[in-house]
Design a protein around this ligand. Structure first.
Ligand SMILES: NC(=O)c1ccc[n+]([C@@H]2O[C@H](COP(=O)([O-])OP(=O)(O)OC[C@H]3O[C@@H](n4cnc5c(N)ncnc54)[C@H](O)[C@@H]3O)[C@@H](O)[C@H]2O)c1
Ligand SMILES: N[C@@H](CCC=O)C(=O)O
Length: 542
């Protein structure tokens, strides 16, 4: 029996490597891209630690070249979902009884493996499978993945150390029990790090998960799962189940042991999951915890005092990095008329000079969007702008899906601040600008606040401190992550805990201890040292 108290100290964020020509990381990445381009693995389910092959095969292709087969993937049906739930529940007792420093050690090892041994593997899989360029893959599949692993272990230490006061006649303690049952982790295509964290956060706190990865991110998800196994994750703690969401969900939601859902994706799917739980409420042992981060209609708001170079760069990067496929991507901007001519010129020039193409050409800033459905949805919004007298296309506006799903970064000027592309999430490289009269700053802040049902991220560009304070106040509920003089994307684990409210989700702040707290059900234990032996109050005379 070891009576030492362990705690994991605060880590540093993983440095972003530069991939300069001639650097070792670039050579390793290029070699790995070439290797994975012709590998075509057959991806199994992983249930109870073992590969399971169903024979119901799906294809994994490249967004940049949809005729290029990267892998095939076995897909789960109801039978495998049941097996996975059984495997998770069987693994649960041993896992929850493992002390948190033992659990933490597994994830710190995974971080080391990814930092030193599997960085190129995960980056290349994310580039080829999810259509990210080298920089976008590095900040996600390497740095953010590693940060989630290391920081969450540290945050867990702080949670476990937070204990109630001791009374003079009692010993009090808080046991941070995992939830009673299993957690369903449903992960999006756009961030390898989110796929990890939706499993990691519950599992680190002693839970077990059923993981449904996005079909368009299954390659990087599979490699992540393999790294976690290599780091020592016991069998059955995470069960990897590629499948159709709708098919798998019915079986999962029907199970009385469903203790929580950790979701990131669109509002429609989260709402359907929530309703599915609500409709079955009587069958569950506990109220399932529903944690979901969903869509955004993220804004850039410029005051007349803004630095034009910083503002234009913030819009170009915030809107078009990873083809705008970040929940945090800037997709509407409010620009004062006095700044507009110069900002417009910089945006149009920037867009025209962005190289678009295959992820294996490291000079491409823009790559393909994730799939045909997404391509067509983006095209639909742009067609609306082309057809409307309330909008003008200033740059881009064209796509070509013949080889890959390529859509040019597009700049729209909306004459109506309620034009559809100012309000709805597009999830593609489309930025709509509304130009306001300088003296209508405050009025336009209110407009920004009321224009969209979402409230995820937003950025204000201003050098006038009074203007910034006013924007902060008026836009208090318009964004869960609020930036001053920076793009509204690129939150870092530990530094900018992430999540939004209103239509953007439950705001449980991934990348902080707040999220971990959703995966525990604390038990307070009081031990009385000298228990009372007389039921009467002391002042009673009989
Ligand atoms: N707020 C955030 O932190 C955040 C982060 C990333 C992405 N997002 C949002 O995610 C969306 C884009 O990601 P996406 O296209 O992967 O989202 P999506 O909702 O289409 O899919 C998310 C996951 O849900 C699964 N799914 C689909 N239908 C299902 C069903 N009926 N039951 C269970 N699972 C089902 C998908 O297969 C996938 O694994 C955008 O709206 C974006 O804003 C939000
Ligand atoms: N955390 C990421 C966004 C995740 C959503 O897609 C960012 O801050 O850009």
């Amino acid at each position: 029996m070891n009576n030492a108290l362990y705690s994991f100290s605060q880590p540093c964020n993983e440095p972003v490597l530069g991939y300069l020509p001639g650097s070792p990381e670039r050579a390793a990445l290029e070699a790995e891209l070439e290797r994975q381009s012709s590998l075509q693995p057959e991806i199994p389910l992983i249930i109870g630690g073992r590969p399971v092959r169903t024979g119901r095969l799906g294809k994994v292709t490249m967004p940049c070249d949809h005729g290029h087969l990267l892998a095939t993937v076995h897909r789960a049906g109801a039978t495998e979902v049941r097996q996975a739930i059984d495997a998770a529940l069987a693994a649960r007792e041993d896992w929850l009884n493992l002390s948190y420093h033992e659990r933490g050690a597994i994830f710190l090892k995974a971080a080391e493996l990814i930092s030193k041994r599997y960085r190129a593997l995960l980056n290349a899989a994310t580039m080829l499978g999810q259509g990210k360029n080298a920089f976008q893959a590095e900040i996600d599949a390497a740095c953010e993945v590693i940060d989630y692993l290391r920081f969450n272990v540290h945050f867990a230490s702080r949670i476990y150390a937070d204990q109630p006061l001791m009374g003079s006649d009692s010993i009090n303690r808080m046991e941070y029990r995992p939830l009673e049952g299993f957690v369903f982790a449903v992960t999006p295509f756009n961030f390898t790090a989110i796929a990890l964290n939706l499993n990691l956060a519950p599992v680190l706190m002693g839970n077990v998960t059923i993981w449904k990865p996005a079909s368009t991110a299954v390659l990087s998800s599979y490699y992540l799962m393999k790294v976690l196994q290599e780091a020592g994750l016991p069998d059955g703690v995470i069960n990897f189940l590629p499948a159709s969401g709708a098919e798998l969900t019915e079986t999962v939601l029907d199970d009385p042991n469903l203790a929580g859902i950790h979701f990131t994706g669109s509002n429609g799917v989260f709402n359907a999951l929530w309703r599915g739980v609500a409709n079955r409420l009587d069958r569950y042992r506990s109220y399932p915890r529903l944690v979901g981060e969903t869509g955004g209609k993220d804004f850039v708001f410029a005051h007349a005092s803004a630095d034009i170079a910083a503002l234009s760069t913030g819009i170009l990067r915030g809107a078009f990095e990873y083809q705008g496929q970040k929940c945090s991507a800037a997709s509407r901007a409010y620009i004062p008329r006095s700044l507009w001519p110069e900002v417009r010129q910089r945006l149009v020039e920037g867009i025209q000079s962005m190289k678009m193409g295959d992820v294996r050409d490291l000079d491409c800033f823009v790559n393909a969007v994730i799939d045909r459905k997404s391509f067509e949805s983006i095209q639909g919004y742009v067609e609306k702008a082309k057809a409307s007298p309330d909008a003008k296309i200033l740059a881009g506006g064209e796509g070509d899906a013949s080889t890959g799903y390529f859509f040019r970064p597009t700049l729209i000027e909306a004459l109506d601040p309620r034009f559809v592309t100012m309000e709805e999430e597009i999830f593609g490289p489309v930025m709509t600008v509304y130009v306001y009269e300088d003296e209508r700053f405050e009025e336009t802040l209110h407009l920004c606040d009321r224009t969209s049902p979402y409230a995820l991220t937003g950025a204000v560009f201003a050098q006038d401190r009074y203007a910034f304070v006013q924007a902060c106040r008026t836009l208090r509920y318009a964004a869960g992550n609020f930036y001053l003089n920076d793009k509204p994307t690129g939150a870092m684990v530990g530094l900018q805990p992430f999540g939004g409210a209103r239509g953007s989700g439950t705001n449980d702040k991934a990348g902080s201890g707040l999220n971990l707290l959703r995966w525990v059900s604390p038990r307070t234990v009081k031990e009385t040292l000298l228990p009372a032996t007389d039921w009467r109050y002391p002042y009673m005379t009989r």
